[in-house]
Each structure stands twice: as C-alpha cells, then as structure tokens.
Ligand binder design. Structure first.
Ligand code: ADP
Length: 312
C-alpha cells in the first residue's frame, strides 16, 4: 500500500476514454486518452491501465474513483458518477483559475457552461441531439477533404476566401463539401469556411447561457487551432485553452474524488442523487425548426452542493 493518496477520474466519452490520476494536492500525476470508438469498454480499460501505470500504482492503491461521460455507469470501481457538466466545470476551473465560461466540444456534443467566481456551475446549454458544431462535424470535414483530423486546423488556417456553407447538418455537409471540391474550390477555403460556420453555431449555444469572460475551450476539438481561432473571432474575445484540454472532465472527476476524501467522507456517500439534477433531453431533435440545444432553465440548481474551489 502506498503511503500517499491517489485518486482516479475516468471520462468515458462518445469517442475517447480519458483517465487522470491526481495526488492529494490536486496535481496531475498521470493521464491518458484512448480513442477507441463509441463508449468503448476496452478503450476505458486501456485508458485506466495507462493512467495507473503512469502513476506507478495499482487499482487497489486508489483512495477514490469518480467517473463521468456518456459511459460513466460502465466504469467498474467508481464509487460515484457525476455528469460531464459538473466534472468539466470542476476540472476547467482548477486548470484555468478564474474562468467564467467553459465551452466544451467533444465528439458527439457541445456544451456551454457558465461558472461563478467560486467555480460553481451557474447555467449550461448543451447540444447533444445534432452533430452540427461537434467533433463529429470536424471528422466529416476531415474525411471529405482527406486530411487527418490532427492536420485539419493547420489547413483551415491557410484558407482566405469565405465560401457559403448552406447546411450545418453533418449528414448533408459531406455532399456539400464534395460539391465544392467538384467546383475546384481550394481545400483550405472549404476547411476555413466550415470552421467559420461551426464557430457561428457555437455562438448560438453561448447565447443560451450568456457571454462571460474569460472563455475557455475544452474537449478534443480544443486541440484544433483553427477551431480556437474561429471561435475567438466569432466571440470577439480571446479563447483560452488549457494545456490538456481533452482531459478536463476526467481531471474534474478525480478532483471530486479527492475533495470528498479530504472531507473525511467516502465519495459514495457524498451527494445522493446528484446526477438526477440535470434534465436530459427527452424531445426528439427536429431538423430545420430547432437549434438542437437544450439547457437548464435560468436559476436551475445545477450546483451539487460540493465545495468546488478554484485551483487544485
Ligand atoms: P468525447 O468525450 O465525446 O469522446 P472528446 O472531447 O474526446 O469527445 O473529443 C473528440 C473529438 O475531438 C473528435 O471528434 C475530434 O473531432 C476531435 N479531436 C480529437 N483529437 C484531435 C486532434 N489531435 N486534433 C484536432 N481534433 C481532435
């Protein structure tokens, strides 16, 4: 048994499993991100194993585990699950102290979360009914223009002409991009124009919760420099990106495990029914007439009663 305490946070997302081990002071000891497809248990196990190996500990050495993400209930050994909203807010507030607006763009959803001075969630809006404005849309673009997702941002930043992108539907976007390619439009212009259109889409999400600054972009898409640049232009303000933007949810989960242990209570007993605080979308997304976003009504008690602190 180790003489110090270590905590594990696991974010089983729609495309990528993330795991983070933190120490008692909240410092990240190790982390991993494994892209293995939709809510992959194998990906999760690999991510957990890699994070534990990086921390040079075994699962039995952990003093607490919290999971989050779409697949959070599939994580064995987790004493507690929390929604992505809570964990992204917690992790991002610790990584970027003072942040007031978290925009998280993952593989299958995008969220805008306002955070108060103390790091508590105020309001959030979420698009998880439609691929527009999510990592999936960037993947469609990357596939259509035959560029690896890692190089898409550099390509888009080289674009100079604003082409009209008439659809924000991922299903039809591929057809439109192929049509532009057939018209011999420069690939860089197509890429930049799609990025610009997605940024405008994200602006609509932000409008649901109100603009607050500083703005922090997280999620896998935050690794795309053009996504950051076009969002900053659309918002008319600087967009900060943490050093490890894809692991903020897992980091927040690990900190929540640490916070509970620090108060001397098992994490499992910390807050009953916390997940139930968040309304999940129940209405089908109707293309064309709906903007695909849902959110907590103003003043909804999204805070979980946990003493979320800024900083580790
Ligand atoms: P989830 O939690 O839903 O699995 P992530 O936050 O891990 O989603 O983000 C996944 C998305 O991030 C992918 O759909 C892809 O668009 C984007 N992405 C992943 N890696 C990179 C990269 N190296 N550069 C640019 N974009 C990336």
């Amino acid at each position: 048994m180790t003489s110090w305490r270590r905590y594990l946070g696991v974010d089983l997302g729609s495309t990528t499993a993330k795991a983070v081990v933190v120490a008692e002071d909240g410092a990240i000891v190790s982390s991993s991100a494994i892209a293995m497809g939709a809510v992959s248990r194998a990906g999760m196990q690999k991510a957990v194993d890699a994070a534990l190996a990086g921390a040079e500990i075994a699962a039995a050495d952990l003093s607490g585990t919290v999971s989050t993400g779409y697949g959070r209930r599939l994580v064995p050994g987790a004493q507690r699950t929390f929604t992505e909203i809570t964990c992204h807010a917690r992790g991002t507030s610790a990584m970027v102290p003072g942040c007031r607006l978290v925009i998280d763009i993952g593989g299958q959803d995008s969220k805008a979360i306002t955070v108060d001075e103390a790091g508590f969630v105020q309001e959030f809006a979420m698009n998880d009914r439609c691929a527009s404005g999510t990592g999936r849309f960037y993947e469609v673009l990357a596939t259509s223009v035959e560029v690896p997702i890692e190089e898409l941002g550099a390509l888009a930043l080289r674009g100079s002409n604003d082409l009209e992108i008439s659809t924000m539907c991922a299903t039809f976007a591929e057809t439109e991009i192929v049509s532009l390619l057939a018209q011999d439009a420069p690939v860089a212009d197509i890429a930049s124009s799609v990025h610009r259109a997605i940024a405008a889409r994200t602006l609509a999400l932000v409008a649901q919760v109100g603009r607050h600054e500083p703005v922090v972009l997280t999620g896998g898409v935050a690794q795309n420099p053009a996504a950051v640049e076009f969002l900053a232009r659309a918002l008319g303000t600087e967009v900060l990106v943490p050093e490890h933007p894809q692991i903020t949810g897992a980091y927040g989960a690990a900190l929540l495990a640490r916070d509970a242990d620090r108060r001397g209570r098992p994490v499992a007993d910390d807050v009953a029914g916390a997940d139930g605080l968040f309304p999940r979308p129940s209405e089908p997304h109707a293309c064309g007439s709906c903007d695909g976003t849902i959110g907590a009504p103003a003043g909804h008690p999204v805070d979980l009663g946990l003493p979320l602190r800024l900083g580790g």
